[in-house]
Design a protein around this ligand. Structure first.
Ligand SMILES: Nc1ncnc2c1ncn2[C@@H]1O[C@H](COP(=O)(O)OP(=O)(O)OP(=O)(O)O)[C@@H](O)[C@H]1O
Length: 225
């Protein structure tokens, strides 16, 4: 599957998604360029997370399409879509979602190991990233043995370790105190910029949205002009 040079990393056309009687997302068309940082803001319940999961191919739209690096996510098998997500996407959720039984280093190595990188190379890459984020002393601890901010920075390292073309983040600093939130946000932005990853970020926080190249606002499921 080729990656078009200069093409958008993610583009959607007319995405619509209904839950029961609620149209959670209506006719959303979004294009995100290579390396671009886009924030999605809006009131609670306006459809931000639903739009994010549609753009990531985690939810399938009732209408409309999403292309990831030129591939129509609706036209490929579930297995192919999962493969694209593994190789080309990173995810950061509000509550880290690290695997509790694994150490921070093992969590960060995971996307590399799943894509066939050797144990030795994965370990070296994960260690380098953890050190860069000030987590070298925590590398052998499990998530329950570190602070929320440390766990979230490890989750950010895991999302970016394989230099995905796009990272999807849903309120990535929403569960943290202001100091840890600022540290995690700058880790996310620094790693995305260093690796050339685009970043699509759902946030309530004005100071987080202010760091984006572009801000999209949702209201009642509709992207505002
Ligand atoms: N799985 C679901 N079951 C029921 N309703 C849902 C579901 N997913 C989304 N919705 C509804 O769709 C609308 C959009 O929800 P969504 O979570 O995308 O909004 P949001 O802007 O991300 O909200 P928040 O900022 O509170 O997280 C809401 O009315 C929500 O209740």
């Amino acid at each position: 599957m080729g990656i078009g040079v200069g093409a958008d990393v993610v583009s959607s056309d007319g995405l619509t998604y209904t839950v029961g009687q609620t149209v959670a997302v209506r006719e959303a068309s979004v294009c995100v360029a290579r390396g671009e940082v886009v924030a999605i803001t809006g009131p609670s319940g306006s459809g931000k997370s639903t739009l994010l999961f549609l753009l990531a191919g985690v939810l399938s739209p009732d209408k409309g399409s999403v292309h990831l690096n030129g591939v129509d996510l609706g036209a490929v098998s579930d297995r192919a879509r999962a493969g694209l997500r593994l190789r080309q996407c990173g995810f950061v959720m509000q509550f880290g979602d690290l695997i509790p039984e694994l150490t921070l280093a093992e969590n960060v190595e995971l996307p590399l190991r799943l894509t066939g990188v050797s144990a030795r190379k994965a370990r070296a890459t994960a260690d380098g990233l953890l050190a860069r984020l000030g987590l070298d002393g925590e590398r052998n601890r499990t998530p329950s043995r570190v602070s929320g901010g440390q766990a979230q920075r490890a989750a950010i390292a895991r999302a970016l370790v394989h230099q995905p073309s796009v990272v999807f983040a849903d309120e990535p600093t929403g569960a943290l105190d202001s100091h840890s939130a600022a540290q995690s946000l700058s880790a996310l932005l620094d790693l995305a910029r260093a690796g050339g990853s685009a970043l699509i970020l759902v946030t309530h926080a004005a100071e987080v949205a202010a760091t984006a190249d572009r801000v999209l606002t949702m209201r009642d499921g509709v992207l505002q002009a």
